[in-house]
Design a protein around this ligand. Structure first.
Ligand code: SIN
Length: 487
């Protein structure tokens, strides 16, 4: 894996800011580990606070020119970037798998959606319309226009280290903003590879920065800065709450895409095969390390046995291994610590009365792999049903009636994604209306794409990514009241 990784043309090992590839001013570096092998695959600079200040100043300077360009002009640059990403799809997918662990097929799909965000926002950036509102008084005009927020920053996670970057960068750049990106310390190489292609596409110096190194040091400088006007974050609710507090002193705009505890409610009139296929795709994508994946699978009593048998059979057949090996469907978790967490979650669920139908057990020491697991006999009060799992463990809960299951599904501080399977149209509408979530998949689990508004309610955060709503997150509204216009 290491050789393939090193031979890719897009690999960059320096940070990128102020229009140049740079080391940390004190020469410090930080190691990146391949989850499948546990071996170091390279190092990136561990930037200092002084480096981050340089990047912020450059982003402020670049904003003047970038925001003054026409939307059509910015769109051309973004479209070139989109084309280059697709051209380098295979190299990028290999980098992604090497540092993140997911199977190559999933990495390729992630590169495709990463590019799709760029193309979508290149086009959508040309449709930033304002309003003229009929005035309440004679001789006046009420004019509303939209303007780029300014210098923005993004803090992105390791689970989708490419698409979570372009989902933020593309609308920011289309709107005319500049952006500082702080990728996860575990997955910086794909971020650097993407920005190399952005540079080649003609994104001007200072418009994008990729700041590698310690989150604690870099993020504090960005959140304290009055020059940075917006933060977009994808990550855990606990960290999100801290960032909200940190941004309060400078009253920054924020988008927060935080944790989830997604319910899947499968009614007895559902197409059971479709529901099982949906569960496989939803629960085991990225080894269950997604904030929209099934965390609680509620199945109506009279189909519970049939569904669990079909589900377990498919789970047992999943091929686990290093992401670059042919046919592998489940890669490692992000590190051995995450696999240990899975062992603890299963042991605790068993202590509380759940049964392991497949998988489970203690992970091998120092290994990031954990077997795909199905738990039966789970009840809503168990820890496994209350906490975000973030791994390949599927808890099955049995329910009897609609009102009770909807109340149970909503009984969580989270409100990101939810799903239901039913053939009854009226029930589909009623249940999706009652679910207190930002997103509801009805007989469908592939809910995330560039045209749809991705985001949550409650402690899953606020703001939307993707879709035309995603562009609004990078635009401020200005209202002009023009008077003295009477003849
Ligand atoms: C996630 O943020 O964990 C899921 C991202 C996606 O499905 O697009």
């Amino acid at each position: 894996m290491d050789d393939a990784f090193r031979s890719t043309r897009a690999l960059k090992t320096q940070a990128y800011f102020a229009g140049a590839w740079r080391s940390a001013s004190n020469g410090a570096t930080t190691a990146v580990i391949c989850p499948a092998t546990g071996k170091e695959i390279g190092t990136v600079p561990r930037l200092t606070a002084a480096d981050v200040h340089v990047a912020i100043d450059a982003a402020a300077e670049a904003f003047v020119g970038w925001s003054a360009r026409t939307a059509a002009d910015r769109a051309q640059v973004l479209k070139r970037w989109h084309g280059l990403i697709l051209q380098e799809r295979e190299a990028l997918a290999r980098i992604l798998t090497s540092e993140q662990g997911k199977p190559l097929a999933e990495s390729r799909a992630e590169i495709d959606i990463s590019a799709a965000y760029i193309e979508w926002f290149a086009e959508e950036g040309r449709r930033v319309y304002g309003d003229i509102i009929p005035s309440p008084a004679p001789g006046r005009q009420t004019i509303v226009t939209k303007h780029p927020v300014g210098v923005t920053c993004a803090i992105t996670p390791w689970n989708f280290p490419a698409s979570m970057i372009t989902r933020k960068l593309a609308p920011a750049l289309a709107a005319g903003c500049t952006m500082l990106v702080k990728p996860s310390e575990r997955t910086p190489f794909i971020a650097l590879a993407l920005v190399e292609l952005a540079e080649e596409a003609g994104v001007p110096p200072g418009v994008i920065s990729v700041l590698t190194g310690s989150s604690r040091e870099i993020i504090k400088v960005m959140t304290d800065s009055a020059v940075v006007r917006k933060l977009s974050f994808t990550g855990s609710t606990a960290v999100g709450k801290d960032l909200i507090r940190q941004c309060s002193d400078t009253v920054k705009r924020m988008s927060m895409e935080l944790g989830g505890n997604a319910p899947v409610i499968i009614f007895d009139d559902a197409d059971v095969d479709a529901a099982v296929n949906g569960l496989m795709a939803l629960k085991f994508r990225n080894s269950g390390q997604t904030c929209v994946c099934a965390n609680r699978i509620f199945v109506q009593r009279n189909i519970a046995e049939k569904l669990s048998e079909a589900f377990v059979e498919k789970v047992r057949a999943l091929k686990v291994g290093a992401g670059d090996q042919p046919g592998v469907q489940i890669g490692p978790l992000i590190n051995a610590g995450a696999a240990q967490d899975m062992g603890r979650i299963v042991a605790r669920a068993q202590e509380q009365g759940a049964q392991v139908l497949v998988g489970g057990g203690e992970p091998v020491p120092d290994s990031a792999f954990y077997l795909p697991t199905v738990l039966a006999g789970v009840t809503p009060d168990m820890d496994v049903a209350r906490d975000e799992i973030f791994g390949p463990i599927a808890p099955l809960l049995v329910f009897d009636d609609e009102a009770t299951v909807v109340a149970q599904a909503n009984d969580t501080p989270y409100g990101l994604a939810s799903y239901t399977y039913t053939r009854d149209l009226a029930r589909a509408w009623r249940v999706s209306d009652a679910l207190e979530y930002g997103m509801v998949g009805i007989n469908e689990v592939a809910i995330s794409n560039e045209v749809a508004p991705f985001g949550g309610v409650k402690e899953s955060g606020f703001g939307r990514e993707g879709s035309r709503y995603g562009l609004d997150e990078y635009l401020d509204i200005k209202y002009r009241c023009m008077g003295g216009l009477s003849a």
